[in-house]
Write a protein that binds this ligand. Structure first.
Ligand code: ADP
Length: 296
């Protein structure tokens, strides 16, 4: 960024939205984990702008693909993608600005029913979309017929290998993860692949202008829907009405409570690779139990 930030953002907006656009004000928005985000006020309305200098290739392109797929296949409010690209070495994406209001009384019921509806979109195989990102880490989505294969080969093992490579995760977890194939045989309820948001923690949910749920920042794939439900429980913030209504619309198989922790090995590995620290302790605890169950 050669000039002062105001001039830089003004030039970026002009490149995408025409020479008549005037940046009036930009305000930093907190809440994201990866990028710098801004509300930009212009003479042509407000926009949401995310920028990053150090993103892997196609990062924002994959965010766009995820948002478009969710818009096509769900009834959620999803921000429109206005533009994306690279400007003076800075990658950016410009989205419709979602003006959130906590006005509705049925937010949680609506989130539950819309997620249940989203999950009714199916595909022949697990995976089923182009490789994308979870946070800024690559997420492989090679198609698999069986959820267990997908979960181990496309979700757990890549993260374990990455952690081992970076010296964060002990090497022996590779063997334990491979051995899960035997341990978890017949463990997951047989279900058709469901379209998932893929990174559904409360920070990726918002209110729209009518107080209805908007979801952002996806890492879409066709997966076991229990994996998505599990992730909503990992950091909390989802009202019990959300779960009740989801279960009325698209009931889950019994015993889900015990399976949640197993699905959440994936986001915990991802968080360990992204942020280290306390997440590794949780991963260690789980692997201790896995190794115990395996008789290691
Ligand atoms: P990151 O990719 O860094 O995780 P997010 O996409 O989660 O960033 O965005 C950061 C924050 O910006 C969110 O927590 C949300 O509060 C806000 N936000 C995201 N998208 C929009 C939007 N389209 N309109 C208004 N605010 C948004």
């Amino acid at each position: 960024m050669s000039e002062d930030p105001h001039t830089f953002y003004q030039s970026l907006l002009q490149k995408e939205l025409g020479t008549y656009i005037r940046l009036r004000e930009y305000r930093s928005i907190s809440g994201g984990c990866i990028n710098e985000a801004f509300k930009v006020k212009t003479n042509q309305g407000d926009y949401f702008l995310k920028v990053n200098k150090h993103m892997p290739p196609h990062f924002f392109e994959m965010e766009k693909e995820g948002l478009l797929l969710l818009k096509e296949k769900s009834n959620f409010t999803i921000p429109d993608v206005i533009a994306l690209g690279t400007f003076e070495g800075v990658q950016y994406i410009i989205l419709e600005f979602i003006e959130g209001r906590r006005t509705s009384t049925n937010y949680w019921e609506s989130l539950g029913s819309k997620l249940a509806e989203l999950h009714q979109n199916s595909h022949e195989t697990f995976g089923g979309v182009r490789d994308n990102y979870i946070g800024e880490l690559p997420q492989s989505n090679r198609s698999k017929e069986k959820w267990l294969d997908f979960f181990i080969e496309e979700r757990l093992l890549p993260q374990v290998h990455l952690g081992v490579q970076n010296g964060v995760i002990p090497q022996k977890y590779i063997e334990s993860t491979n051995a899960l194939r035997q341990l978890l045989k017949d463990y997951f309820p047989e279900e058709k692949p469901s379209l998932l948001h893929g990174d559904l923690w409360s920070g990726n949910t918002m209110y729209d202008v009518e107080g209805q749920p908007c979801i952002i920042d996806p890492a879409v794939y066709y997966g076991h829907r229990e994996a998505e439900l599990a992730f909503t429980t990992l950091f909390g913030g989802f009202d019990k009405l959300f779960f009740e209504v989801y279960n009325e619309v698209f009931p889950w198989e019994k015993g889900i409570e015990e399976r949640l922790e197993v699905y959440n090995i994936y986001p915990l590995l991802v968080h360990t690779n992204l942020f280290g620290g306390g997440y590794l302790e949780q991963v260690n605890e789980i692997y201790k139990r896995i190794d115990h169950a395996l008789g290691y």
